[in-house]
Design a protein around this ligand. Sequence first.
Ligand SMILES: Cc1ncc(COP(=O)(O)O)c(C=O)c1O
Length: 427
Amino acid sequence: MNPALTNFGDRMSRLTGVRAIMKDIIETLRSGKGQEFINLSAGNPVILPEVEQLWRECTQQLLSSPEYGEVVCRYGSSQGYKPFIDVIVEDFNSRYGLNLSDRNILVTPGSQSIYFYAANAFGGYNSQGNLKNIVLPLSPDYTGYGGVSLIPEAVCAYQPTLDIDENSHRFKYRPDFNQLSINEDTGCVIFSRPCNPSGNILTSEEVQKIADLASPYDVPVFVDSAYSPPFPALNFTDMDPVFADNIIHCISLSKAGLPGERLGVAIGNEDVIRVLEAFQTNACIHSPRYGQAIAARAIGSGALSDISVEVIRPYYRQKFTILEATLNDAMSKDLPWFLHRGEGAIFAWIWFKDLPITDLELYQELKKVGIIVVPGNSFFPGLQQEWSHKNQCIRISLTATDEEIMEGMKLLAEVVEMVYRKAMLAV
Ligand SMILES: Cc1ncc(COP(=O)(O)O)c(C=O)c1O
């Protein structure tokens, strides 16, 4: 059967960004033909025994409580399961000195759905036929933002400035406030902090500045806090969430051990929350309640924030340290490679300046020696400008074992050296 697709159908039935390359990765791993691969591409968090145990215990408590039937055998409100909402309100108010009420909260099936609702409620064509943009203030950013809008031309990203430390082979992206434009044509702003893929963390001042630029136009700013404190607290440098009237702080339970349960929360302005809630009612009625009921226990007891700081963060920070040390040893000092400062999240991001081949070709070369990374070009959704940098980066996941990361970085160094040397000889 080949049913005719609408424009939206065509748009939403395509695999965008990293999903497209993931198909190649899965096929490569499946058809391995005896070759063992070191997979440094995974986006799935590692199952850490302490974290799994926490969720198991919370599930056991739920199973043996009279609440069980109420949680799984009934529909609930679109806004979310009341005990979970109450716990979020209490936790954020006491932790950050806020004055939230339940009207500031929406629970969603994963945080990605928040960006889908927001991108289509505030971005796209309005009743006057004007295009309202979904602004990504610092590119690269989460590849998923490339697929959130039903109107692809609405997604509009900005090239950053680069802080480069030549001697230590490190760099960091900064938003370019000389270019960034937020105005009456802006529908909403979205960015991740900490950032997938780069591990960058925008400073509080930068976040406030973006919110201040958006405020005169009543533009909501969605801060994708999937890696942020208090859970999963995947920040390796100090950071505090920033709250303001037009900031919607979006959290996810995925990197805190519940990706399969699909649990996200939008926290912020009541009027914005109401729009998103209605969108959710139309799309899927409400988020599943089982995840909310067990998360209410894990957050209410303080166990989730404790385990985030004591187990989840040190685990990934240690992986980054190993990766950094191995790269420092293995990579030639003469080559222009630059590791993004590892400020958070579960990835390392490397830029190869003037790389003689594309990131996709490098990905293919690396596959030949048995390592799989993610080519960087899919992390620039909405960035229209030509910029060679887009094809000079790779993302490496910190979910592999220590040995795999060490071995993988040594092989990477050999391949990269070969690629640059070959190009030099050809000149
Ligand atoms: C930055 C970022 N935002 C959102 C998501 C999606 O998270 P969720 O599982 O809550 O939908 C991810 C998943 O990897 C992510 O990296």
